[in-house]
Ligand binder design. Structure first.
Ligand SMILES: Cc1cc2nc3c(=O)[nH]c(=O)nc-3n(C[C@H](O)[C@H](O)[C@H](O)COP(=O)(O)OP(=O)(O)OC[C@H]3O[C@@H](n4cnc5c(N)ncnc54)[C@H](O)[C@@H]3O)c2cc1C
Length: 488
């Protein structure tokens, strides 16, 4: 025991949303909790975010806005729209999402009972509920009843992520949860059996410490979005104009910690990138074509899904074509540029270097379909269907390698429905848990994503990790402990 500098029950690494939720639940389950945070304050990328939580099952906000949802409906949507291989993870989240909303609200996370029914990426007022995913998109709309599930924490004074994190951090403080800042965890310590029994941490201007965790260690260190080497290795479809979102310490440190003790990584090529066409909504009524002059996605898809498809097109090229009736400039931050205006559709293809006649055929088919009120190719929904026949026309370059697509990594530590870290054979590593953006997300690509599927499941499984770790009663520190070296 002399080997340890000190001992606690549960160590939480990182104080973003997953870490805060883990710490609260572990403490309430009776554990002596220590949070170690590398930055000078808690918050993480969570505090920078828009604060949209993907939740459902008839939350009070859904009900107040007139929507009926069920856990089963939420499960069916996530099962249909994501490729997460572990059904239990999706089931557990879907069944607990309604209560999780109540829990977040009880911690002081502010949600109003109002919603927005248009298409928006996020809200800049006090409204809460909006559609943030592909619920209304074919084929998912046929698998589950479409309802809005993006619950944005109040964001009229500060961004929603900050209002959520202020509440959660205040709750941690009120409950006396010990947190040490400017303290990075650099190694996990295992015993001879491979059980994780503690960490090596280093505070600024202090020697390294070996801190025992009698019940478990929870990794909640955030994404690897800001680790250029990992991004180059795994997110190979990103382009030179792609920009990372997040904070500098979203550098994948937790992934290295878990890997060094045998933790497996999953969905590492998963990325959500975005440079949304909307707002303004009218642009959704245009069409998006590739270098073959063909459409390849329903233009009313969630912006991350659209970007996911654009990323895969030949040379990552794509153009948005609109007519004078719906002309508007895309949001400046997207970097989508106006190529030119054109008097006839026939002028566009040659100017873009598209195969002869291809775009004319695409638009002829599209205009024929819209006249019937049915998009035969991609099932774009009726509110966004109109013929492109009001000259002049305009073209925006929305290519993946031209516009500014901002991204967040989705891959990370492989975990199960108990937030346990799994090894390459799918077996839990005793004493080790992970939650939030350091763990692989439920959606495994931008095509599968809906805004809120990071904060929603991240906070939910943070709580699961806190409870599960606190519930481990055996004293894991009896053996001396061997150090697994991990470098971020
Ligand atoms: C601008 C922006 C908007 C977003 N909007 C949304 C949204 O509306 N909805 C949504 O679902 N998602 C959104 N996201 C994504 C989401 O915010 C993150 O994926 C989520 O907050 C991650 O939470 P986390 O707790 O896992 O990590 P973080 O909040 O990043 O916290 C991780 C913490 O761990 C600390 N840490 C890292 N390494 C160590 C170490 N070795 N030792 C100790 N501490 C360490 C970090 O300093 C950090 O404080 C957004 C992201 C950004 C950047």
């Amino acid at each position: 025991m002399a080997n340890w500098d000190r001992q606690v029950d549960v160590i939480v690494i990182g104080l973003g949303i997953a870490g805060a939720c883990a710490a609260l639940e572990a403490k309430r389950a009776g554990a002596d909790v220590l949070v170690l945070e590398r930055a000078s304050a808690g918050g993480g990328a969570s505090a920078l975010s828009q604060g949209i939580f993907y939740l459902g099952g008839s939350t009070p906000v859904q009900e107040a806005c007139g929507y009926t949802d069920t856990a089963e409906n939420l499960y069916r949507f996530l099962r249909a729209s994501t490729s997460h291989p572990d059904d239990a993870v999706i089931r557990t989240f879907a069944e607990g999402a309604r209560d999780h909303f109540d829990w977040l609200e009880a911690q002081g996370v502010p949600f109003t009972r109002t919603g927005f029914s248009g298409k928006a990426v996020y809200l800049q007022n006090a409204d809460c509920l909006l559609t943030t995913g592909n619920e209304k998109i074919w084929p998912f709309k046929d698998e589950a009843k479409p309802v809005p599930r993006g619950h944005q924490a109040r964001s009229d004074e500060v961004n929603g992520g900050l209002s959520a994190m202020r509440a959660l951090l205040a709750q941690c403080e009120a409950e006396g949860i010990a947190a040490e800042f400017d303290t990075a965890v650099s190694e996990l310590i295992t015993d001879a059996s491979g059980t994780v029994v503690g960490v090596v941490a280093k505070a600024a201007d202090a020697p390294k410490q070996r801190i025992a965790a009698r019940r478990g260690v929870i990794v909640a260190t955030g994404s690897f979005t800001n680790n250029p080497a990992l991004v180059r290795r795994w997110l190979t479809r990103l382009s030179a104009t792609s920009e990372p979102l997040g904070i500098p310490s979203n550098d994948g440190a937790g992934l290295a910690l878990a890997e060094a003790v045998g933790g497996a990584l999953a969905a590492m090529d998963g990325v959500i990138a975005t440079a949304s066409l909307y707002p303004p909504e009218d642009l959704i009524k245009g069409i998006v074509v590739n270098a073959r002059g063909e459409r390849f996605v329903a233009e009313d898809s969630y912006h991350g899904r659209l970007a996911g498809f654009i990323m895969e097109q030949p040379d990552q090229k794509a153009w948005l074509i609109v007519d004078s009736e719906i002309f508007a400039y895309p949001g400046e931050s997207t970097g989508h540029t106006l190529v030119d205006g054109f008097e006839t559709i026939g002028d566009i293809g040659p100017a873009l270097g598209l195969p002869e006649g291809a775009l004319d055929r695409t638009i002829a088919q599209y205009n024929h379909d819209t006249a019937q009120g049915e998009d035969s190719a991609f099932h774009k929904q009726p509110p966004w269907l109109k013929p492109l026949d009001k000259a002049p026309y305009a073209v925006f370059d929305i290519s993946f390698d031209r516009s500014t697509y901002r991204y967040i990594s989705l891959g990370g530590i492989d975990t199960d429905a108990h937030a346990r870290v799994l090894d390459a054979d799918g077996r839990p590593i005793p004493g080790l848990y992970a939650a939030g953006a350091c763990a692989a997300h439920i959606p495994r690509s931008g095509k599968e994503y809906a805004s809120g599927l990071s904060l929603g499941p991240g906070s939910f499984f943070g709580r699961v990790a806190g409870r599960e770790a606190a519930a481990r009663t055996e004293d894991l520190t009896m053996s001396e402990g061997k150090t697994a070296n991990a470098t971020a």
